[in-house]
Design a protein around this ligand. Structure first.
Ligand SMILES: Cc1cc2nc3c(=O)[nH]c(=O)nc-3n(C[C@H](O)[C@H](O)[C@H](O)COP(=O)(O)O)c2cc1C
Length: 142
């Protein structure tokens, strides 16, 4: 069974809602899924997974959340991500998605095979956005 890890940070629950749907999509597609807030995730989880989804909202000024998510992402290397399918997702509000474009480029720079341009949704994810989250999970499981 293909292992998929879903690792996220969420302050007010919007990205967490997305994470749960990504995990559901992957599970429904037959993957063995581990869903963890980043505070409980070890980098081994990334290494051992065949595909990984990372979720984080736009924070600061168009950056990842700085206390937990940023250090975790900064600790990732080509050894864990090279050639690996990676899905990125997160909620935002007033920006234009710059944090996600930067994040996707960063992950590609480590050799990750990033799904599309990352999945972003404004504030509370709509039904359509939640469907897209499930589809992302399915692609990562496939
Ligand atoms: C401290 C802080 C900084 C934020 N910075 C940005 C930003 O730079 N760009 C943006 O589009 N939204 C920004 N937001 C809005 C959040 O991305 C938005 O509220 C999102 O839905 C939060 O997701 P969460 O519920 O998963 O925490 C910020 C919110 C907070 C609290």
């Amino acid at each position: 069974m293909k292992k998929v890890a879903v690792i996220y940070w969420s302050g007010t629950g919007n990205t967490e809602t997305m994470a749960k749907q990504v995990a559901k999509g992957a599970e429904d597609a037959g993957a063995e899924v581990t869903l963890k807030p980043v505070s409980e995730a070890a980098s081994d989880l990334v290494k051992e997974a065949a595909a990984v989804a990372f979720g984080c909202p736009a924070m600061g000024a168009e950056v990842l959340e700085e206390n937990e998510m940023e250090p975790f992402v900064a600790g990732l290397s080509q050894a864990e991500l090279g050639g690996k399918p990676v899905g990125l997702f997160g909620s935002y509000d007033w920006g234009d998605g710059q944090w996600m474009r930067d994040w996707a480029e960063r992950m590609k720079g480590l050799g990750a095979v990033v799904d599309g341009e990352g999945l972003i949704t404004q504030l509370v994810p709509s039904t359509e956005a939640l469907d897209q989250c499930q589809e992302l999970g399915k692609r990562l499981a496939g």
